[in-house]
Structure formats: structure tokens, C-alpha cells
Design a protein around this ligand. Structure first.
Ligand SMILES: Cc1cc2nc3c(=O)[nH]c(=O)nc-3n(C[C@H](O)[C@H](O)[C@H](O)COP(=O)(O)O)c2cc1C
Length: 332
């Protein structure tokens, strides 16, 4: 069954990373307008939230978001199996297991990066998830944690999880420090180590490896694609989303004629926001907060941000008024 699904899910050369509080469905819809081909990941969703919380809210996505992967956080094999079935029923294209998040909250739940110390648990989770669903199951991990940062440590993790049937690893090429650093600091300290990820890739040519961490430009992506099967972009896609236009053109080879300008994307979001208000009573700001970077490094980019940070909060304002005013101020 997995074979069939892998055929249906060809590896996309670029994806946008799971980012908690950032890559929600509104953000992903916006990213999809900019890039028709990139693979999108949800924010991390804990098994507890899906099993005991408002499941529909966590699983909901727009059909335009395909291809879309859900990232699960958990360490209980049967809970993960249950959540995998939910994800498949909702139409996700891939399920990713979080073995890379270092936050305290995540460590207390015994999932995320701490799982790298327990590859046998991860293997049990993967086996159980694969039995429950025909979707590809992938793992996102670091290159090590704390003092355990040798090649052998990463190799041991990959070899055990591979035996359980995981064929695709996304490597954030930096070790996680589980004490003393905030999650934010853990994204810049210690320095990135691509060669370590490359060593692993070379050892397991039969596996698929995506590389992640501080990759920002199409030129860097092209360079990494010489070694890795795909590249995952995090902060740059969020903070400078129009880079997706360049990625679409340069990596996916999409014709400029079919891609949208910044203004076209902004106007396409008006209709989306109106629909969200109608269906879910969504505040305008819940969507526009993800669009702040659309005019980054452009003349008027600061005015765009200013309007988007203030106008959506005014009583009675409509999405069209917010976007049109922001566009007007940006161009003058
Ligand atoms: C705001 C924010 C939230 C994040 N949340 C998650 C998450 O839910 N799951 C995860 O695996 N990684 C998470 N990450 C890490 C990113 O997926 C990525 O690995 C990291 O930012 C490095 O990539 P970059 O240098 O391209 O940003 C988060 C990063 C940011 C900035």
C-alpha cells in the first residue's frame, strides 16, 4: 500500500516548514497563491489536541492547500495511529512526526527532539502509524541533541527508524539544546552543520532526505538540491513570502504568466477573508497578520505593514477596505 502512495506522492523539491502559530490554514492558503507547487506543512498538532480537543478546528484545511502534510507531535504509538487515521480521513497527503522541537512544553510531553534519544519508541510509533494508514510517514529531526552530537548518534537514530519503515527524513541541520535555550534561540544556536546531514545522506542513498535550516534563496536551494532530495524553508517563506514566486519560477520552472503579482495575491486574499468571515466568523487580522511580509524590501513595504497592523482592528471595516487601503498607501 505504501508503494502505491509513494507513487502518488512524488517528492516535491521544496516545502514550507511546520511553524507553530505561523503556518495555520490562512497562512498556507496565502502561500499556496504564491506557489502552486510547493509542499505545505501544518503547524505541529499534538495527539492530545486531536484526541481530546476541538479536532475539526485542528484538522480543517482549504482544498486549495494540496499537497499538504500534517505534522503530529506525540510518542504514544496507538494515539499516533488514531491521529493518522483522522489525518487520512481528512485528506492530508503526508503525515510527519515531530522529532525536532526542543520546547519545554514538548519535552514534558515526551515528544519532539527528546525522542531522538529513544529511537526504539520512534520506531514503534512509525510502525503503528504505517499500519493505520496508507499515507507516507516522514520524520523531521535534528542532527543531535545536547552533548549527543556525533555522527554515530544520528546514524543510530536513522538506522532504527528506517528499519521501522520510514523512508523520508527531514533534517534540521542543527543540534537541539534541551536546556537553557528558548525555542527561538534553538533556531540560531549552535551553528548549522550541513556536512553532517550530507554524511547521513551519503550513507543511506536508498532513503529520501530533505535539508532544512537557514536556507533562503533559490540559488541556495539549487545548491542543496545537488546533494539532497528536497529543501524545506522556514522563516524566510514567512517573513519574505514573495520569495515563493522566485522559487516557483526558478525551481519548479513555472511560467511567469501563470504566477500572481504581489497586488494580485493581496486582492485574491480579499475574497478568501470574506469567505472565512462568513463561514467561521474569522477576525480579519487572523488572516492579514500572515501577509505582513508581502512587500518586504519593496518601496512602500513599511506602509503596507502599518496599515495591516492597524486597520483590521477598526470596527465595521471590511477586508476589501483593508487591502485596498494598504495597496494605495504602499504605492504612494
Ligand atoms: C515560529 C516558528 C514555529 C516553529 N514551529 C515548529 C513546529 O511546530 N514543528 C517543527 O518541527 N518545527 C517548528 N519550527 C522549526 C522550523 O520548522 C524549522 O525547522 C526552523 O525554523 C529552521 O528552518 P529555517 O532556518 O528555514 O527557519 C518552528 C519555527 C518557527 C520560526
Amino acid at each position: 500500500m505504501n508503494q502505491v502512495n509513494k507513487k502518488q506522492n512524488p517528492i516535491r523539491p521544496v516545502s514550507i516548514a511546520p511553524m507553530l502559530d505561523w503556518t495555520d490554514r490562512h497562512c498556507r492558503y496565502f502561500h499556496r497563491l504564491l506557489s502552486p507547487n510547493i509542499l505545505l506543512y501544518t503547524e505541529m498538532v499534538t495527539t492530545g489536541a486531536l484526541i481530546h480537543g476541538d479536532r475539526e478546528r485542528f484538522l480543517r484545511f482549504n482544498k486549495e492547500e494540496h499537497p499538504i502534510a500534517i505534522q503530529l507531535a506525540g510518542s504514544n504509538p496507538s494515539d499516533l495511529a488514531e491521529c493518522s487515521i483522522m489525518a487520512e480521513d481528512h485528506g492530508y497527503n503526508e503525515i510527519n512526526l515531530n522529532c525536532g522541537c526542543p520546547s519545554d512544553r514538548v519535552q514534558k510531553g515526551q515528544f519532539g527532539a527528546v525522542l531522538m534519544e529513544n529511537p526504539d519508541i520512534v520506531a514503534k510509533c512509525i510502525e503503528s502509524m504505517q499500519k493505520a494508514t496508507s499515507l507516507p510517514i516522514t520524520v523531521k529531526c535534528r542532527i543531535g541533541i545536547d552533548e549527543q552530537d556525533s555522527f554515530e548518534f544520528l546514524d543510530h537514530f536513522i538506522s532504527i527508524v528506517k528499519q521501522a519503515g520510514c523512508a523520508h527524513f527531514i533534517i534540521h541541520a542543527r543540534k537541539a539544546l534541551l536546556t537553557g535555550l528558548s525555542p527561538k534561540e534553538n533556531r540560531s544556536i549552535p551553528p548549522i552543520n550541513y556536512p553532517r546531514a550530507e554524511e547521513i545522506k551519503n550513507k543511506y542513498p536508498e532513503l529520501t532526505f530533505s535539508i532544512n535550516g537557514e536556507i533562503k534563496t533559490p540559488a541556495q536551494i539549487k545548491e542543496h538540491l545537488k546533494t539532497f532530495d528536497s529543501v524545506m524553508i522556514g522563516r524566510e517563506a514567512y517573513q519574505n513570502p514573495y520569495i515563493l514566486y522566485e522559487i516557483e519560477r526558478e525551481i519548479f520552472g513555472t511560467s511567469e504568466d501563470t504566477l500572481l503579482s504581489r497586488e494580485q495575491v493581496a486582492r485574491a486574499m480579499i475574497h478568501y477573508i470574506e469567505k472565512q468571515i462568513d463561514k467561521h466568523d474569522t477576525p480579519i487580522n487572523a488572516v492579514t497578520r500572515h501577509m505582513m511580509g508581502l512587500f518586504k524590501s519593496q518601496k512602500g513595504g513599511k506602509k503596507w505593514r502599518q496599515v495591516l497592523s492597524t486597520l483590521p482592528h477598526e470596527k465595521g471595516i471590511t477586508p476589501a477596505q483593508v487591502i485596498e487601503e494598504a495597496l494605495k498607501r504602499t504605492s504612494t
